[in-house]
Design a binder for this molecule. Structure first.
Ligand SMILES: Nc1ncnc2c1ncn2[C@@H]1O[C@H](COP(=O)(O)OP(=O)(O)OP(=O)(O)O)[C@@H](O)[C@H]1O
Ligand SMILES: [Mg+2]
Length: 282
């Protein structure tokens, strides 16, 4: 395993007890440190099962599989060590709170790791500032908006300094503004703290901004590459019950009208700039 490969699954199978079909089949994947990976797929395709395998909440059900996380082989013996490197933000902001105040909530994860009180008092304000929640340290979590709650959940994870952060549809219950804010914060953390991000999402426009996209279909990896590589496989995605990001839908309509869009253009922002330029040159 190269130093840069922070996550590696080799031939991972998982079948839930009493299930007829495996939820994950012969899964191989490699993720590099400090990158953003979007994991997409239809409902029940196995995305959350993969995130639970990553965190050792579930273990593969075949003996020849191997999961490597941050240089450690994930086994029942190493799971507590591995979990120090992995934080998960879940979908429902209301299910993530344990503290009576925002600061208590962030403190909880630190207490679990036996961090000293002095160090906690240093880290808590710092991470709340990172997610733009510094003014809310004494607020009660149930008085916050969904987006604010998710930002506190992220602060709680950043506080324990993991190498990997999994967002399991963490933005799906937020409005567009809350969604953008959470994504922007996580992007910034990725660069600043060299965090590796795995975002499980039904938002294909969000997936289009990732470094790498993985597509699961009935527990199998059916496509894997940069967003441009994956989203050009429109037929494959459609068969798997997935639409295309807005940018690719628009691009295909424009191409149908005879407007050629260079392959170097892969986002809405770049497309707008290109069309404006084209218009000026006409
Ligand atoms: N606890 C469980 N017991 C039995 N089967 C389960 C359990 N959890 C999930 N499954 C099944 O495993 C498969 C994969 O489920 P998983 O939750 O990983 O999908 P998902 O891609 O996260 O779906 P969604 O987009 O709806 O969140 C599905 O067929 C699901 O019904
Ligand atoms: Mg899920």
């Amino acid at each position: 395993m190269e130093q840069k490969d922070i996550i590696k699954f080799s031939q991972v199978d998982f079948t839930y007890p009493e299930a007829e079909q495996p939820a994950v089949k012969a899964l191989n994947l490699t993720l590099q440190a400090g990158t953003w990976t979007a994991l997409i797929g239809h409902n029940g395709s196995g995305k959350s099962t993969v995130s639970k395998l990553l965190d050792g909440l579930l273990f593969p059900t075949n003996s020849d599989s191997q999961i490597m996380i941050a240089g450690l082989q994930l086994t029942p013996e190493t799971v507590w060590e591995v979990r120090k490197h992995v934080g998960i933000v879940f979908q429902n902001p209301d299910h993530q709170f344990v503290g009576a105040t925002v600061a208590d909530d962030v403190a909880f994860g630190l207490e679990n790791q036996g961090i000293s009180r002095a160090e906690m008092q240093r880290r808590i304000p710092a991470v709340l500032a990172q997610v733009g929640m510094a003014d809310y340290a004494d607020a009660e979590p149930n008085h916050l908006s969904g987006g604010q709650k998710q930002r506190v959940a992220i602060a709680g994870i950043l506080a324990v300094k993991p190498q990997i952060m999994i967002l399991d549809e963490a933005t799906s219950m937020l409005d567009p503004e809350g969604r953008k804010m959470v994504i922007d914060i996580v992007k910034k953390m990725m660069v600043q703290d060299h965090l590796t991000i795995i975002s499980i999402t039904h938002d294909l426009d969000e997936a289009n901004l990732a470094d790498q996209v993985l597509v699961l279909d009935d527990g199998q990896l059916i496509a894997n590459g940069t967003p441009a590589e994956v989203f050009q496989k429109a037929d494959l995605l459609e068969r798997s019950g997935l639409a295309l990001p807005f940018f690719y839908q628009l691009k295909s309509e424009l191409m149908a009208q005879g407007i050629n869009i260079p392959t170097t253009i892969t986002t809405e922002t770049e497309l707008v700039a290109y069309l404006c330029q084209l218009n000026l040159n006409m």
